[in-house]
Design a protein around this ligand. Structure first.
Ligand code: GN1
Ligand code: MG
Length: 365
């Protein structure tokens, strides 16, 4: 493996000789490695992109290049540090954005930004506020981006499309698990209509589409050691969609008092304090640019994305765990239960969430 990784890395235009290559983080989708180089050269992130999940890796890498170059220009124009406040894609020695190894696997490299912190959990309202500012800034930087983007995962946060997959998964019953899941399947079915009602507003243009990140959980934001947001990472799912997805997905991860896969459901719930903090940070950057339809559905988007995540974890369990990496056989079911608990907590606190959004918008207008 080591020699193979060395060989793969050698195809990229790295500065400086490689010292070591080690596994990094525990993403659910791609395999990630840290390449350390000798001397003053930067270190790098090497990733094997999961080609069964991303059907068009070349298109995806082209999206990432366009978006990061746009952000870089904005950072430079505003006097920031482009090597720390934007991701940098490193091409292969023959100028491609990815390398295909002899087994047909796709690899890509970005510059590793040193002296940074990524969190798996927001440990304070202050951090949630900064995270909200970070995603708000990311959206603002891309507000004038007009180049076409490939849809890297078709229908990614499109619940109508997810229901097509869901209905097929139930019918297929690939792992023979459906018979034991009547309760959980009921959680999905009882909310189908209200979720489609929301999505209709995106389909008919009432809610606009913009360039969005689509995976804004907290560990996809890089902070510096002073707790300032540097940039959003993990841009695999950058596409055109509703900006509400980015708000909703962030709320799903920042406000959870437990873990995404907590077995102890009494720990799981939405912290309204964290919701307020994230919303404040986000709206400090975006309140004036959002349309009324977006503002009106901001709070609901947290329920939408959390619901979608319950569906995706449960669907993967029904499919026999093909999509998400699992650490034990029931992992996707445990994730389903924990996300459902979070969804219920949001539903209970929904009037308060709406009130906080209204108050915060008024504050920044
Ligand atoms: C995946 O790749 P990662 O771990 O950042 C997933 C997200 C889910 C998340 C659940 C491309 O994100 O959509 O919300 O797991 N990414 C993809 O934690 O499916
Ligand atoms: Mg990630």
């Amino acid at each position: 493996m080591k020699a193979a990784l060395q060989d793969i890395a050698s195809h990229f235009a790295l500065q400086g000789p490689i010292d070591s290559i080690d596994s990094l983080g525990d993403g659910f989708i791609n395999d990630t490695f840290l390449i350390r180089t000798a001397g003053n050269a930067p270190d790098y992130i090497l990733q094997r992109k999961n080609k069964s999940i991303f059907p068009d890796v070349p298109g995806m890498m082209e999206n990432i290049r366009k978006v990061t170059e746009h952000i870089r220009r904005r950072v430079i124009a505003e006097g920031g540090d482009p090597m720390r406040e934007a991701m940098t894609v490193v091409p292969t020695r023959d100028g491609k954005l990815y390398y295909v190894d002899p087994e047909g696997e796709y690899w890509a490299v970005t510059v590793y930004i040193a002296d940074t912190v990524a969190y798996n959990k927001a440990d304070s309202p202050e951090l949630a506020r900064k995270g909200g500012e970070g995603i708000g800034k990311f959206q603002a930087q891309l507000a004038d981006f007009t180049e076409p983007l490939v849809e890297t995962i078709p229908g990614f946060h499109n619940i109508r499309y997810r229901f097509v997959q869901w209905d097929e998964a139930l019918k297929r019953n690939a792992a023979g698990r459906v018979k034991d899941l009547a309760t959980e399947i009921g959680w999905i079915e009882s909310r189908r209509a209200e979720m489609l009602d929301f999505w209709k507003l995106v389909e008919d243009g009432t809610i606009p589409t913009r360039v969005t990140h689509n995976d804004t959980k907290i560990n996809n934001i890089l902070f510096d050691k002073q707790g300032r947001v540097l940039c959003a990472i993990d841009l695999d799912t950058v596409m055109n969609s509703t900006s509400l997805n980015d708000f909703g997905d962030a709320i799903r991860s920042y406000t959870n008092t437990g873990d995404e896969d907590d077995r102890n459901l009494s720990r799981v719930g939405m912290s309204i304090e964290m919701f307020r903090a994230y919303t404040e940070g986000y709206l400090s950057q975006r309140a004036r640019q959002l349309t009324q339809s977006e503002i009106d559905h901001l709070a609901f988007s947290a329920r939408y994305i959390t619901y979608e995540q319950v569906l995706r974890f449960l669907m993967d369990y029904i499919d026999g765990d093909l999509y998400y990496k699992i650490k034990y056989p029931e992992h996707n079911l445990v994730r389903t239960h924990a996300q459902y608990k979070l969804l219920q907590s949001m539903e209970e606190q929904y009037p308060e969430m709406c009130r906080i959004v209204r108050e915060t918008v008024a504050k920044y207008n």
